[in-house]
Design a protein. Structure first.
Length: 288
């Protein structure tokens, strides 16, 4: 058991080291196209945009927390997205809900010695009464199996984190999503139908999970840059992507495309040095 703990902790530190190293060597990739005549200006940037009434900026204050750059990969996919994709995050959350029902059913089939769930009491009093009782009693320090507490829960936190991170959200926003999902959706939600919320799970799932998730994030960027290959194998690459970021991988595999955001404004497009007047026209901006 002690050796297993050492292996888990070594894995976590390795992932954090990979994230730090990948962050240092990550390079920015930006494409901008500008066409200017007396009446039309077109600006396109694959970097993150912040638009005011007339201009587009490739960097904003939120990027001080993001610390990563986007790049094009095959089939015009940009990773990570240059803007926050709330629609995709909503779809992913719905997939989570459906998958959780399946996971809950699997856990019910496992022995009580593994899950620590009192199935007899659940059948006797009903799951609604059991949920209310557990929520009022928690949180407590549980005695769950080491594998569940320190392997599956951090992994679940990493998956929550990657779900938001791969939708264009920064580090702190992704951590918040992981904390909300692990706390309210799982610990005080689904799992509370069977057991009292756990102190370890409330802390370890979002914190350790987010650290693992950021390692997954840079590993995913590296794999995508390598044409979705690991050890020159697309099978290993696709499998790795699925386990690190299952729901976004499913969405991308089904052909999901982020909506193009456009903006049209009347704006100055030039200056006439002879009349000393500003030339006005249409300014069209698109974020892909």
């Amino acid at each position: 058991m002690i050796q297993t703990k050492k292996n888990i902790y070594s894995l976590l530190f390795t992932l954090m080291g990979i994230a730090t190293f990948a962050q240092q060597i990550s390079t920015s990739s930006t494409n901008q196209f500008s066409f200017d005549n007396s009446l039309l200006t077109f600006n396109s940037s694959i970097d993150k945009l912040e638009n005011d009434n007339t201009n587009s900026y490739p960097f904003d204050k939120e990027d001080s927390f993001q610390l990563d750059s986007s790049f094009y990969v095959k089939d015009s996919l940009v990773y990570p997205p240059t803007t926050k994709d709330y629609r995709k995050l909503g779809y992913n959350t719905a997939l989570f809900a459906g998958t959780t029902v399946v996971i809950y059913g699997v856990l019910l089939l496992l022995p009580e010695s593994v899950t620590k769930w009192d199935k007899e009491e659940m059948r006797k009093n009903g799951i609604t009464a059991k949920w209310k009782e557990n929520v009022k009693a928690g949180p407590v320090v549980d005695s769950d199996n080491f594998f569940f507490n320190y392997v599956t829960h951090p992994y679940a936190g990493a998956v929550y984190y990657m779900t938001a991170r791969s939708c264009g959200f920064n580090i702190f926003e992704s951590f918040t999503y992981s904390a909300i999902m692990s706390t309210f959706f799982w610990e005080y939600g689904v799992e509370a139908f069977a057991e009292i919320p756990s102190v370890q799970d409330l802390i370890i799932t979002p914190i350790v999970g987010s650290a693992m998730g950021e390692g997954f994030f840079y590993a995913k960027k590296s794999i995508l840059k390598n044409d979705s290959r690991v050890l020159n194998s697309r099978f290993l690459g696709k499998t790795s992507l699925f386990f690190m970021d299952p729901f976004n991988t499913i969405m991308d595999g089904c052909g999901y495309k982020q909506k193009v955001k456009t903006q049209l404004n009347v704006a100055p497009v030039g200056f006439n040095p002879y009349t000393k007047n500003t030339t006005w026209g249409l300014s069209f901006s698109a974020s892909f």
